[in-house]
Ligand binder design. Structure first.
Ligand SMILES: C[S@@+](CC[C@H](N)C(=O)[O-])C[C@H]1O[C@@H](n2cnc3c(N)ncnc32)[C@H](O)[C@@H]1O
Length: 226
């Protein structure tokens, strides 16, 4: 497995996020022109959380999606396997519950939560079907699973810009850190929206749907646990 193929062993992914934790939020804001907050807000709408509900944000990183979930009034747990990322999350929102956990083996009993979300994390799972099944397992029947992820646009002009940016510019930065080689490759090898929807259904969700936004570069998948 190598950064250029968009697949890395779990240990390398964790080490990479530990390493970039300090600049992650700034990079996110710069790369999305701050729009990621809007996308998170839409993801949280789809998770249908509110006062009296419990939600889990898997691969929570520096915690922005968990913080958005908590702003709607629910009880929120953010979990991630990178202590470096979690440290940032804790400093941003000390009142939330932050736990170190592997998304592929979540340490929660079945049906613990009303919703589980993952933002820009599913692309990094070394076993996507297992990660999705774990999210569905810990959510009660009738609860929600939501995936926010970068996707490859299929129509110009964004498809042209995207391939220029990802194929020419970002790989140059790979000289400084393999994270920049890994990012475009991991987006390219990630399933397109219809295939990801199938995988979400196979993981145990009904009523699966998706929204593509931001000119075709962001996909929000959602399903209800059967
Ligand atoms: C691109 S960041 C996304 C962070 C955050 N969810 C957000 O919306 O900005 C991906 C995160 O997934 C985490 N991650 C990747 N694979 C994981 C796994 N198997 N278990 C737990 N966390 C994982 C990484 O540590 C990293 O914090």
């Amino acid at each position: 497995m190598a950064a250029g193929t968009g697949t890395l062993p779990a240990d390398s992914v964790r080490a990479m996020f530990d390493r970039i934790a300090g600049v992650y939020d700034v990079m996110n804001t710069v790369m999305t022109a701050g729009l990621h907050h809007q996308w998170r807000s839409r993801a949280v709408d789809l998770a249908r959380v509110g006062p009296g509900t419990r939600a889990l944000d898997v691969a929570t990183g520096t915690g922005d999606l968990a913080i958005e979930l908590a702003s709607r009034g629910g009880d929120v747990v953010g979990s991630d396997f990178s202590e470096g990322m979690l440290e940032r999350a804790r400093s941003k929102a000390p009142g939330l519950t932050w736990e170190q956990a592997d998304a592929l083996a979540l340490p929660y009993p079945d049906d613990t939560f009303d919703a589980a979300t993952v933002g820009f994390g599913a692309r990094n799972f070394s076993d996507l079907p297992r990660g999705l099944s774990e999210m569905a397992r810990v959510v009660r029947p009738g609860g929600r699973v939501v995936i926010l992820e970068i996707t490859t646009p299929s129509k110009p002009p964004l498809s042209t810009f995207f391939s220029l940016w990802f194929d020419r510019v970002v790989p140059l930065l790979g000289r400084f850190d393999e994270a920049y080689t890994y990012l475009p490759s991991s987006v390219k090898r990630f399933p397109r929206p219809p295939e990801l929807a199938r995988e979400l259904a196979e993981a145990g969700c009904d009523e699966v749907g998706w929204i593509v936004t931001a000119g075709g570069i962001i996909a929000l998948h959602h399903g209800t646990v059967a």
